[in-house]
Write a new protein. Structure first.
Length: 419
């Protein structure tokens, strides 16, 4: 069997790993010229930890941990308060926004890529995209690459992210729903200075803006602005910038964050020379059906949940495992739609559960006025004290923080992946 994957982010290379384990021939095309190093800390939760364990990559992932000590809030005078230290494996005496399974998104993509690229029957083509799907029928799926090559595969997996162009080409527009979460985020990397520390420092500026700095394992600092628009016109302004070029985005950020306070000016000054700059619109993707004929969507392409859920990466990893597993069960000559239906049947309920973002959460952490910010600081200080009081944590910890250690999604067992 020959499988073509579009996109080498998180979902693509993890799918390639399991398909190749099942003896399937895999080609992955990636638009960029290398694995993109962009992005900040992402967390591997619950069952996805079991999946990376099956891949034998736990130690590799821990090796690339973000070195973050925990999270702390910054007050209007620039002083830290309400610290939440990192959660250590197997202990339930502390809880935190940082977990041991946190790694930079770009590092995780590279770990998966490195674990697959040398394998027999696995090929990566960079600077290459599928330009056109020529046919998708009972026999095969035929595509034309950007370099003019025409090739035939048994199935095509779209793992090219939230804004997949191929998804648009292959699925009717009314079957794809974009759910706006009323929030924007911008990420980039800046040089470290002597006053920086190894905490995730979060400053809630007034006017629904957040400024944050966190360490990485490379001696640099990852900067982030997030913003919730104040009204519909404001939202449109941000959407327009998101679709525009980097200059337009820089102009907007300058206009909107110059008076934010704390280290906002330092961050603004560093944007023009940042090697990586990623502007994200918090929008979820929901599809009526994940497949059509021999083409199936995986990861953010099918069900982007937004970073607000903290589940984007785990959903991509679990999804890759189940999809590969169901494909591995196909009998000689059986139509891949059989595997696609089984995969969607098993996995969709979990996905829908994870896409539920508490509606008030983003608004709560983005205060617009001083009163609101004061409330947040009270709550955070109280919680931070609870964290250091072991006997209280069990119940409240589960309610407020959802760092999942156990199996949140029941992973099916597949013969092809057992050693
Ligand atoms: C640059 C970048 C930075 C991110 N930063 C964060 C972050 O800081 N925090 C967070 O929570 N989430 C971040 N995300 C999203 C996060 O990676 C996903 O939510 C999750 O890991 C699921 O991954 P995925 O593989 O489905 O999609 P993605 O990680 O988006 O990967 C898609 C891949 O497809 C490639 N691609 C796009 N178009 C084409 C095409 N036409 N043909 C071939 N390849 C194509 C992209 O270059 C990318 O490598 C980021 C995504 C990207 C692309
Ligand atoms: C690679 O593919 C060939 C042809 O299908 C197959 O004979 C071989 O066993 C595969 N190799 C691996 C390591 O799966
Ligand atoms: C986390 O990263 C640091 C520095 O990169 C390293 O020294 C440490 O051993 C890592 N932790 C684990 C558990 O691998
Ligand atoms: C975690 O909590 C449970 C129940 O609250 C307790 O039985 C267990 O001993 C705790 N584990 C650790 C490592 O503290
Ligand atoms: C991947 O492999 C390359 C080349 O061997 C190496 O430079 C890089 O550090 C590796 N990255 C990860 C995250 O394993």
């Amino acid at each position: 069997m020959r499988v073509l994957i579009s996109g080498a982010g998180i979902a693509g290379p993890s799918l390639a790993w399991f398909l190749s384990k099942a003896g399937i021939i895999v080609t992955t095309v990636e638009k960029a010229s290398s694995i993109l190093p962009h992005g900040q800390n992402i967390d591997i939760q619950g069952s996805a930890r079991k999946v990376v364990q099956k891949m034998g990559l736990v130690n590799e992932i821990l090796k690339y941990n973000t070195t973050e000590k925990g999270t702390q809030l910054i007050n209007s005078k620039g002083r830290p308060f309400a610290p939440f230290p990192v959660q250590k494996k197997g202990s339930n005496t502390s809880m935190s926004f940082t977990s041991e399974f946190e790694i930079l998104r770009g590092d995780l993509a590279a770990v998966f890529y490195n674990a697959t690229r040398g394998k027999e029957n696995v090929t990566y083509l960079f600077d290459t995209v599928v330009k056109d799907v020529i046919s998708n029928d009972d026999e095969s799926v035929k595509v034309e690459f950007s370099n003019g090559d025409v090739q035939t595969y048994d199935l095509l997996v779209l793992a090219d992210g939230q804004w997949s162009k191929l998804r648009k080409q292959c699925f009717p527009p009314e079957s794809i729903k974009v759910v706006d979460k009323d929030m924007f985020a911008v990420y980039w990397t800046i040089p470290r200075i002597s006053t920086d520390n190894d905490w995730w420092n979060v400053y809630a500026a007034l006017g629904r803006r957040i400024v944050s700095l966190r360490p990485d394992p490379y001696g640099t600092i990852r900067a982030m602005f997030t913003r919730m628009p104040l009204n519909e016109q404001h939202r449109q302004e941000w959407i327009t910038a998101a679709r525009g070029d980097r200059r337009t985005q820089e102009e907007l950020l300058k206009k909107e964050f110059t008076d934010a306070g704390w280290q906002a000016q330092r961050l603004l000054d560093s944007i023009p020379t940042a090697p990586d700059f990623y502007f994200q619109v918090m929008q979820q993707i929901k599809m009526d059906k994940w497949s059509t004929g021999r083409i199936i969507c995986l990861g953010d392409t099918a069900y982007a949940p937004t970073p607000l859920t903290g589940m984007g990466t785990s959903l991509a990893i679990n999804g890759a495992y189940v999809l590969a597993g169901e494909i591995s069960k196909l009998k000689e000559g059986e139509h891949p739609q059989v595997a696609f239906e089984r995969y969607e049947g098993i996995y969709r309920p979990f996905v829908e559960e994870q896409q539920k973002v508490p509606a008030l959460l983003p608004g709560f952490v983005h205060p617009d006025g001083r009163g609101h910010r004061f409330l947040i600081s009270l709550l955070a200080s109280a919680l931070s004290r609870v964290v250091r009081t072991p006997w209280l944590v069990g119940g409240i910890g589960k309610m407020v923080f959802d760092d999942v250690e156990g199996e949140d999604f029941r992973l099916p067992r597949y013969e092809a992946f057992e050693d």
